[in-house]
Design a protein around this ligand. Structure first.
Ligand code: HEC
Length: 129
């Protein structure tokens, strides 16, 4: 019995590790990600392309976008100077503890404690073009 369990278990474990490392395989997380976004981010950010008037910059197309670069948004100097391209990994770092990742940021958010929630919301953002 144990031997028959071993192979799938190893497969499952390496899948989980790979997923944590790459934050890449998103399909199962889309729905949960949408919920996390609505609960944690949606009060300040829109993912409707072109929508303005929120406290935070529009996040449609944020994955692959240069930090602090959305035309017409009044970013902090800290975010302007960060000079990175937003990818799954660094968005996850930002939302873990915004003030630690971008000291002086205007993003008044304490951070998302659950790694699963971070992964899910980043997956959701990848699909918002
Ligand atoms: C209380 C409002 C608020 C909440 C909640 C919030 N943000 Fe933000 N966010 C901001 C503001 C304001 C900025 C601009 C920060 C700056 O200029 O320093 C920002 C910036 C960002 C950026 C950088 C965008 C860019 O164009 O460089 C990302 C990515 C981001 N937020 C993601 C998120 C995610 C994901 C969540 C939810 C887990 C979230 N934020 C929750 C207000 C918020």
């Amino acid at each position: 019995m144990f031997t028959s369990l071993r192979l799938p278990l190893i497969g499952l474990l390496s899948f989980t590790v790979a997923q944590a490392a790459l934050a890449a395989d998103c399909a199962p997380d889309q729905r949960h990600g949408a919920e996390v976004f609505a609960n944690e981010c949606g009060v300040c950010h829109s993912v409707t392309k072109g929508a303005t008037g929120m406290m935070g910059p529009n996040l449609a197309g944020v994955v692959g976008r240069k930090s602090g670069s959305l035309e017409g948004f009044n970013y902090s100097q800290a975010m302007r100077n960060k000079n990175i391209d937003w990818q799954a990994e660094n968005i996850a770092q930002l939302i873990t503890q915004p003030q630690a990742y971008v000291p002086g940021t205007y993003m008044p958010y304490m951070g998302l404690a659950s790694a699963d929630d971070r992964q899910a919301v980043v997956c959701f953002l990848k699909e918002q073009h």
